[in-house]
Design a binder for this molecule. Sequence first.
Ligand SMILES: Cc1ncc(COP(=O)(O)O)c(C=O)c1O
Length: 426
Amino acid sequence: MTERTRVQSQARGDALDYDLSSFYYSSSDDVFDILGIYNDWHEDATLRGYYLYGQPMSSRPTTRVELQEMLEQRRLNLLNLSSYNYLGLSYRPEVIEAAKQALDRYGMGAAGSPVLSGTMDVHVELEHELAAFKKRPACLVFPTGYSTNVGLIQGLMRPGDLIVADQNSHASVVDGAILSKAEVRFFRHNRPEDLEKKLQSRRSKTLVVVEGVYSMDGDVCRLPEIVEIARKYDARIMIDEAHSTFIYGENGRGVAEAFGLEDQIDIHVGTLSKAIGGQGGYVCGSKGLRAYLEAFARSRFFSCALSPVVAAGVLEAVRIAGREPGLRGRLWANVAHIRRLLREEGIDVGESTSQVIPVMIRNDRRIFELGHRLQRAGLYLQPIVYPAVAKHRSRFRISVSAAHTHDQLNEGVAILAHVLREEGIL
Ligand SMILES: Cc1ncc(COP(=O)(O)O)c(C=O)c1O
């Protein structure tokens, strides 16, 4: 039996016991053999409802969305608890108008790397706005949050250096660390005492990497203890506030502001795709850091600049987020409301205290079935499984937005509780 037929027959027998980790390697001599093996499984698994990803949306990512159901080829109208857009800004009329005007003025794309011809005045304005908002001397914008972490870490760290990152760090942190060829150690999630262990034997230049709010668990970084330990060992600190800037802190500058520790952090990273609902990422820090990364962050240097249309849209959204603190207030009221409902229903949300709320299922096999049932009942919630989280830590991830009404949150939790109860999970 060839490897392909063996995997095919196993896949037919038990498609749901496989996941992406089954398809990294093949013993064949042909690079493309793994494609056939993977595709056979993927087709079979899709037909059995395993795969719920990439369903095309044909509406704005508001609180209700139109979704194309792939298995039965139906168009669904669903209550949306899946999109980031935490402040409901992606479709605000002023944001759309700013993007339209930029389209008329600049055309569609930047048509160049930011270090060559791709920097337009709107990019410079966006960087100034973000630096002023974050109260940092300088800012550098990247095309995505992912490329920000990759370029920043690869651009700054070298073979022989040490990166000590939280074990739940986003893939972009991991990929940047791999590209840098520095030594990488992970400390146990949000455990400062383990960070200290990992730093004790350090002999080289060190960067400690944490996130403000962790993207899959929704818990907040124990920043005061982490800063204290990193300082004790003379390590530099980088915080990725992808899920916390514009949300946490009195002025929305993030978890570092909320803890009063902004000046203790060397590198502030964020994205424009989450609270802002657009695209792009940024690094805020010293002017020297900005200048160095402009020259050495390859993911930015060797890639076309962020579209000026998006840059203009996110610039307007950043201004709105700054002048309308009520949006944060609404978001936090919604978070408190849904957390109360979830608690009353006895739904397990792990360690979350933020607008990112996992609904822990811990069953990699059943979660897709449950996802289909939720969609049939009218709720759009995405299953999150390995490699986004560890195996057997599967969950649905609720993203709460300032734009949700309490009625919508009531409806969403009622559907969720009903399906989980019917399936014997509650
Ligand atoms: C913590 C964290 N950093 C970076 C990113 C990448 O950001 P983007 O999706 O804007 O590329 C994400 C995205 O999920 C994230 O959760």
